[in-house]
Design a protein. Structure first.
Length: 210
């Protein structure tokens, strides 16, 4: 790897594995976001979980509620863990930017913190694709770190990363521009349960496909 090149998301999350789940298990805002989504889903909904990680809490909560979940993650380690932990869901190791998605093929999509190692153009394109993949009237649950950052090198739970994000107003506008109307937004500050973690601002949005 070149000296100035950050590890890929797959490399970072292969290294973190189950540590990621343990670090974020205490996020009340994440659980609240899931509860809001679950209240709005019809029985046996089809849900896409982008950046599905270890399968917990997102895919687990959705399958426990009787929904059909497809989890997608670039980390094979995460996909292997998720497949063991949440056998009721389907998981694929793939880059969401390269995965063909059926138009209006999902009742909802979840995107919890899985855009942060993409460029701004890619984040915009993924949200646009989700706007086509989620049926009209369906929902998007999305979370990010709402800071105005582009290609900033840093450290996440002991792993070197390069992060790109948007400020809250810009990110909300990005979601709206992808064809969604904002139903609710929740801001919080969360410190992952990890020795190398630092407090993080979090923004959770629930949006409806217009």
């Amino acid at each position: 790897m070149d000296a100035g090149q950050a590890p890929t998301a797959a490399t970072v999350f292969d290294a973190l594995g189950a540590e990621y789940e343990q670090a974020f298990a205490g996020s009340a805002a994440h659980r609240s976001s899931l509860e809001q989504l679950l209240e709005r889903l019809a029985p046996h909904s089809r849900v896409l979980d982008v950046g599905s990680g270890t399968g917990r809490p997102t895919a687990q909560a959705l399958t426990d509620a009787g929904h059909d979940v497809l989890g997608v993650d670039v980390s094979q380690v995460m996909v292997d863990i998720a497949s063991r932990q949440v056998p009721g869901a389907e998981f694929r190791c793939a880059d969401i930017r390269e995965l063909p998605l059926d138009e209006a093929g999902f009742d909802a999509a979840c995107v919890y913190f899985s855009l942060l190692q993409m460029s701004r153009a890619d984040q915009s394109e993924v949200l646009r694709q989700l706007g086509e993949a989620v049926r009209p009237g369906g929902h998007l649950a999305v979370a990010t770190v709402p800071l105005d950052l582009e290609g900033v090198s840093g450290e996440f739970m002991g792993q070197p990363v390069r992060v790109t994000s948007f400020g809250p107003t810009e990110f909300i506008a990005l979601v709206a521009g992808a064809g969604f109307s904002i139903v609710s937004e929740q801001s919080s500050v969360f410190t992952p349960a990890h020795p190398a973690a630092v407090p993080e601002p979090h923004l959770f949005l629930l949006a409806r496909r217009t």
